[in-house]
Design a protein around this ligand. Structure first.
Ligand code: PDD
Length: 284
Protein backbone atom coordinates (compact mmCIF):
# COMPACT_ATOMS: atom_id res chain seq x y z
CA UNK A 1 0.00 0.00 0.00
CA UNK A 2 1.48 3.36 -0.95
CA UNK A 3 1.68 6.00 1.77
CA UNK A 4 -0.57 9.03 1.80
CA UNK A 5 0.48 12.53 2.83
CA UNK A 6 -1.52 15.68 3.47
CA UNK A 7 -0.35 18.81 1.66
CA UNK A 8 -2.24 22.10 1.89
CA UNK A 9 -5.77 20.75 1.78
CA UNK A 10 -5.27 17.56 -0.22
CA UNK A 11 -4.47 13.93 0.54
CA UNK A 12 -1.90 12.78 -2.00
CA UNK A 13 0.33 9.73 -2.53
CA UNK A 14 3.63 10.35 -0.73
CA UNK A 15 5.72 10.25 -3.89
CA UNK A 16 3.40 12.85 -5.50
CA UNK A 17 3.50 15.17 -2.49
CA UNK A 18 5.34 18.38 -3.31
CA UNK A 19 5.80 21.86 -1.92
CA UNK A 20 6.46 24.99 -3.97
CA UNK A 21 10.12 25.91 -4.58
CA UNK A 22 9.36 29.42 -3.21
CA UNK A 23 8.04 28.00 0.05
CA UNK A 24 9.84 29.83 2.86
CA UNK A 25 10.16 26.57 4.73
CA UNK A 26 12.32 25.27 1.88
CA UNK A 27 14.31 28.47 1.35
CA UNK A 28 14.78 29.82 4.88
CA UNK A 29 13.77 26.96 7.19
CA UNK A 30 11.05 29.46 8.12
CA UNK A 31 8.84 26.77 9.60
CA UNK A 32 7.89 24.88 12.72
CA UNK A 33 6.99 21.26 13.35
CA UNK A 34 5.84 18.57 15.73
CA UNK A 35 6.43 14.82 15.96
CA UNK A 36 3.66 12.94 17.75
CA UNK A 37 3.83 9.27 18.61
CA UNK A 38 0.80 7.09 17.98
CA UNK A 39 0.76 3.94 20.08
CA UNK A 40 -1.96 1.33 19.54
CA UNK A 41 -4.05 3.97 17.80
CA UNK A 42 -3.69 6.54 20.60
CA UNK A 43 -2.04 9.88 19.92
CA UNK A 44 0.28 10.36 22.88
CA UNK A 45 0.03 13.82 24.47
CA UNK A 46 -1.83 15.25 21.47
CA UNK A 47 -3.04 18.38 23.27
CA UNK A 48 0.36 19.46 24.64
CA UNK A 49 1.91 18.87 21.19
CA UNK A 50 -0.72 21.13 19.62
CA UNK A 51 -0.22 23.72 22.38
CA UNK A 52 3.49 23.77 21.55
CA UNK A 53 2.85 23.99 17.80
CA UNK A 54 0.53 26.96 18.30
CA UNK A 55 3.07 28.59 20.61
CA UNK A 56 5.87 28.10 18.04
CA UNK A 57 3.69 29.65 15.31
CA UNK A 58 2.79 32.53 17.63
CA UNK A 59 6.42 33.26 18.56
CA UNK A 60 7.28 33.48 14.85
CA UNK A 61 4.10 35.39 13.91
CA UNK A 62 2.90 32.74 11.47
CA UNK A 63 -0.77 32.44 10.61
CA UNK A 64 -2.45 29.16 11.55
CA UNK A 65 -2.95 27.06 8.40
CA UNK A 66 -6.15 25.45 9.74
CA UNK A 67 -8.02 25.52 13.02
CA UNK A 68 -6.89 23.29 15.82
CA UNK A 69 -9.95 21.06 15.49
CA UNK A 70 -9.37 20.74 11.73
CA UNK A 71 -5.78 19.71 12.40
CA UNK A 72 -6.96 17.01 14.77
CA UNK A 73 -9.39 15.72 12.16
CA UNK A 74 -6.66 15.63 9.49
CA UNK A 75 -4.38 13.71 11.90
CA UNK A 76 -7.08 11.09 12.44
CA UNK A 77 -7.93 10.80 8.75
CA UNK A 78 -4.29 10.57 7.74
CA UNK A 79 -3.67 7.70 10.15
CA UNK A 80 -6.82 5.96 8.88
CA UNK A 81 -5.86 6.41 5.23
CA UNK A 82 -2.43 4.93 5.99
CA UNK A 83 -4.00 2.21 8.15
CA UNK A 84 -1.51 2.91 10.92
CA UNK A 85 -1.92 2.21 14.62
CA UNK A 86 1.74 2.47 15.68
CA UNK A 87 3.27 5.43 13.96
CA UNK A 88 5.01 8.76 14.06
CA UNK A 89 2.91 11.65 12.90
CA UNK A 90 4.86 14.58 11.46
CA UNK A 91 3.25 18.02 11.28
CA UNK A 92 5.03 20.92 9.59
CA UNK A 93 3.85 24.49 9.16
CA UNK A 94 5.89 27.00 7.17
CA UNK A 95 5.25 30.71 6.68
CA UNK A 96 4.09 30.07 3.12
CA UNK A 97 5.02 30.73 -0.49
CA UNK A 98 6.45 34.14 -1.43
CA UNK A 99 9.10 35.79 -3.61
CA UNK A 100 12.46 35.29 -1.90
CA UNK A 101 13.10 38.13 0.55
CA UNK A 102 14.41 37.67 4.08
CA UNK A 103 11.81 39.90 5.76
CA UNK A 104 8.26 38.63 6.22
CA UNK A 105 6.21 39.04 3.03
CA UNK A 106 3.71 41.91 3.11
CA UNK A 107 -0.01 41.28 3.41
CA UNK A 108 -1.79 38.08 4.31
CA UNK A 109 0.27 35.03 3.55
CA UNK A 110 -1.30 31.60 3.77
CA UNK A 111 0.95 29.31 5.76
CA UNK A 112 1.70 25.86 4.35
CA UNK A 113 0.70 22.68 6.16
CA UNK A 114 2.30 19.32 5.43
CA UNK A 115 1.50 16.20 7.42
CA UNK A 116 2.92 12.72 7.00
CA UNK A 117 2.95 9.55 9.05
CA UNK A 118 5.01 6.40 9.01
CA UNK A 119 4.92 3.06 10.73
CA UNK A 120 7.07 2.96 13.87
CA UNK A 121 8.15 -0.01 15.95
CA UNK A 122 7.65 1.04 19.59
CA UNK A 123 8.29 -2.55 20.65
CA UNK A 124 11.87 -2.15 19.39
CA UNK A 125 12.24 1.08 21.38
CA UNK A 126 11.06 -0.69 24.50
CA UNK A 127 13.49 -3.54 23.85
CA UNK A 128 16.38 -1.09 23.36
CA UNK A 129 15.57 0.48 26.72
CA UNK A 130 16.49 -2.82 28.39
CA UNK A 131 20.14 -2.47 27.37
CA UNK A 132 20.32 1.31 26.98
CA UNK A 133 22.23 3.44 24.52
CA UNK A 134 25.56 5.19 24.04
CA UNK A 135 25.83 8.94 23.66
CA UNK A 136 28.55 11.36 22.57
CA UNK A 137 29.00 14.95 23.78
CA UNK A 138 29.06 17.62 21.09
CA UNK A 139 29.24 21.43 21.28
CA UNK A 140 25.86 23.16 21.26
CA UNK A 141 26.20 25.60 18.35
CA UNK A 142 22.49 26.40 17.98
CA UNK A 143 20.67 29.75 18.01
CA UNK A 144 19.15 31.64 20.96
CA UNK A 145 15.54 30.43 20.59
CA UNK A 146 15.76 26.67 20.99
CA UNK A 147 12.42 26.84 22.84
CA UNK A 148 10.75 27.20 19.43
CA UNK A 149 10.37 23.89 17.59
CA UNK A 150 11.72 25.28 14.33
CA UNK A 151 12.63 23.24 11.26
CA UNK A 152 16.06 24.97 11.20
CA UNK A 153 17.85 21.87 12.47
CA UNK A 154 21.25 22.01 10.79
CA UNK A 155 23.26 22.24 14.07
CA UNK A 156 21.22 19.31 15.42
CA UNK A 157 21.85 17.35 12.20
CA UNK A 158 25.62 17.97 12.42
CA UNK A 159 25.73 16.98 16.09
CA UNK A 160 23.77 13.79 15.49
CA UNK A 161 25.99 12.86 12.55
CA UNK A 162 29.15 13.45 14.64
CA UNK A 163 27.66 11.25 17.38
CA UNK A 164 26.81 8.55 14.87
CA UNK A 165 30.35 8.62 13.49
CA UNK A 166 31.59 8.22 17.09
CA UNK A 167 29.48 5.06 17.38
CA UNK A 168 26.79 6.68 19.55
CA UNK A 169 23.01 6.81 19.26
CA UNK A 170 22.53 10.43 20.30
CA UNK A 171 24.52 13.65 20.70
CA UNK A 172 24.48 15.34 24.10
CA UNK A 173 24.81 19.06 23.47
CA UNK A 174 27.14 21.04 25.73
CA UNK A 175 27.01 24.84 26.02
CA UNK A 176 29.95 27.28 26.28
CA UNK A 177 29.95 26.91 30.11
CA UNK A 178 30.40 23.14 29.87
CA UNK A 179 26.79 22.45 30.87
CA UNK A 180 24.49 19.95 29.17
CA UNK A 181 21.58 21.60 27.37
CA UNK A 182 19.74 18.68 25.72
CA UNK A 183 20.18 16.03 23.04
CA UNK A 184 20.09 16.71 19.28
CA UNK A 185 16.42 15.62 19.36
CA UNK A 186 15.87 14.57 22.97
CA UNK A 187 15.69 15.94 26.52
CA UNK A 188 18.55 14.81 28.78
CA UNK A 189 18.34 13.68 32.40
CA UNK A 190 20.63 12.34 35.09
CA UNK A 191 20.34 10.92 38.56
CA UNK A 192 22.92 12.72 40.69
CA UNK A 193 25.08 11.37 43.52
CA UNK A 194 22.26 12.06 46.03
CA UNK A 195 19.77 10.04 43.99
CA UNK A 196 17.91 13.15 42.80
CA UNK A 197 16.52 13.21 39.29
CA UNK A 198 17.96 16.25 37.49
CA UNK A 199 17.11 17.95 34.23
CA UNK A 200 17.80 21.40 32.87
CA UNK A 201 15.19 24.11 33.61
CA UNK A 202 13.11 25.44 30.73
CA UNK A 203 14.56 28.58 29.19
CA UNK A 204 15.12 29.72 25.62
CA UNK A 205 18.13 27.38 25.29
CA UNK A 206 16.18 24.10 25.26
CA UNK A 207 12.97 22.75 23.80
CA UNK A 208 10.17 22.26 26.32
CA UNK A 209 9.91 18.53 25.70
CA UNK A 210 6.42 17.08 25.91
CA UNK A 211 7.76 13.72 27.09
CA UNK A 212 9.87 15.65 29.65
CA UNK A 213 6.71 17.27 31.08
CA UNK A 214 4.91 13.91 31.24
CA UNK A 215 7.89 12.31 32.94
CA UNK A 216 8.08 15.09 35.55
CA UNK A 217 4.43 14.45 36.35
CA UNK A 218 5.01 10.70 36.61
CA UNK A 219 8.10 11.17 38.80
CA UNK A 220 6.26 13.53 41.15
CA UNK A 221 3.31 11.18 41.39
CA UNK A 222 5.66 8.38 42.45
CA UNK A 223 7.61 10.46 44.99
CA UNK A 224 10.81 10.49 42.96
CA UNK A 225 12.81 13.56 44.03
CA UNK A 226 13.37 15.90 41.11
CA UNK A 227 15.33 19.08 40.58
CA UNK A 228 15.43 21.34 37.53
CA UNK A 229 18.94 22.76 37.38
CA UNK A 230 21.92 23.06 35.06
CA UNK A 231 24.53 20.28 35.26
CA UNK A 232 27.93 19.96 33.66
CA UNK A 233 29.06 17.23 31.30
CA UNK A 234 31.59 16.24 33.99
CA UNK A 235 28.81 15.80 36.54
CA UNK A 236 26.86 13.77 34.00
CA UNK A 237 29.86 11.48 33.45
CA UNK A 238 30.05 10.84 37.20
CA UNK A 239 26.26 10.53 37.60
CA UNK A 240 24.60 7.44 39.01
CA UNK A 241 22.32 7.25 35.97
CA UNK A 242 21.54 9.06 32.77
CA UNK A 243 18.65 8.79 30.34
CA UNK A 244 16.86 10.75 27.65
CA UNK A 245 13.28 11.35 26.61
CA UNK A 246 11.45 12.25 23.40
CA UNK A 247 8.38 11.26 21.43
CA UNK A 248 10.45 8.75 19.46
CA UNK A 249 12.77 7.46 22.20
CA UNK A 250 10.11 7.57 24.93
CA UNK A 251 12.29 7.11 28.05
CA UNK A 252 15.67 5.63 27.18
CA UNK A 253 18.52 4.78 29.59
CA UNK A 254 22.03 5.95 28.66
CA UNK A 255 24.78 3.51 29.61
CA UNK A 256 27.86 5.12 28.05
CA UNK A 257 28.97 8.72 27.53
CA UNK A 258 32.03 9.47 25.38
CA UNK A 259 33.24 5.90 25.73
CA UNK A 260 32.98 5.80 29.56
CA UNK A 261 30.37 3.71 31.30
CA UNK A 262 27.73 5.45 33.41
CA UNK A 263 28.00 3.65 36.76
CA UNK A 264 28.21 -0.08 35.93
CA UNK A 265 27.23 0.42 32.29
CA UNK A 266 23.71 -0.93 32.79
CA UNK A 267 20.37 0.94 32.89
CA UNK A 268 19.90 2.31 36.40
CA UNK A 269 16.99 1.57 38.73
CA UNK A 270 15.42 5.05 38.56
CA UNK A 271 15.59 5.16 34.75
CA UNK A 272 14.19 1.63 34.52
CA UNK A 273 11.32 2.57 36.83
CA UNK A 274 10.58 5.67 34.73
CA UNK A 275 10.69 3.64 31.51
CA UNK A 276 8.03 1.34 32.97
CA UNK A 277 5.94 4.26 34.24
CA UNK A 278 6.10 5.85 30.81
CA UNK A 279 4.97 2.68 29.03
CA UNK A 280 2.12 2.30 31.52
CA UNK A 281 1.13 5.88 30.78
CA UNK A 282 1.35 5.26 27.01
CA UNK A 283 -0.84 2.20 27.47
CA UNK A 284 1.51 -0.47 26.22
N1 PDD B 1 12.47 15.85 18.76
N2 PDD B 1 14.85 18.47 22.33
C1 PDD B 1 14.90 18.61 21.01
C2 PDD B 1 15.94 19.49 20.42
C3 PDD B 1 13.99 17.91 20.19
O1 PDD B 1 14.04 18.05 18.86
C4 PDD B 1 13.04 17.06 20.80
C5 PDD B 1 12.02 16.30 19.97
C6 PDD B 1 13.02 16.94 22.20
C7 PDD B 1 12.02 16.08 22.92
O2 PDD B 1 10.74 16.64 22.81
P1 PDD B 1 9.43 15.73 22.86
O3 PDD B 1 9.49 15.01 24.14
O4 PDD B 1 8.34 16.72 22.79
O5 PDD B 1 9.49 14.80 21.68
C8 PDD B 1 13.94 17.67 22.94
C9 PDD B 1 11.56 15.19 17.84
C10 PDD B 1 11.13 13.85 18.34
C11 PDD B 1 12.20 15.16 16.46
O6 PDD B 1 12.75 16.19 16.08
O7 PDD B 1 12.13 14.13 15.78
Amino acid sequence: MSRTAYVNGAYVPNDMAFVHIDDRGYQFADGVYEVVSVIDGKMIDEEPHLDRLWRSMGELRMTEPVTRSALKLISKQLLQKNRLKNALLYIQVSRGVAKRDHAFPQGDLRSSLVMTCRRFDFGAVRERAKTGIKVSSQPDIRWGRCDIKATALLPNVLAKQAAKEAGAFEAILVDADGNVTEGSSTSVWMVDKNGTLVTRPLKDNILPGITRATLIELAEKHQIRIEERAFSIEEAKAAKEMFLTSATSCAMPIVELDGSAISDGKPGSVATKLVELYWDFAGK
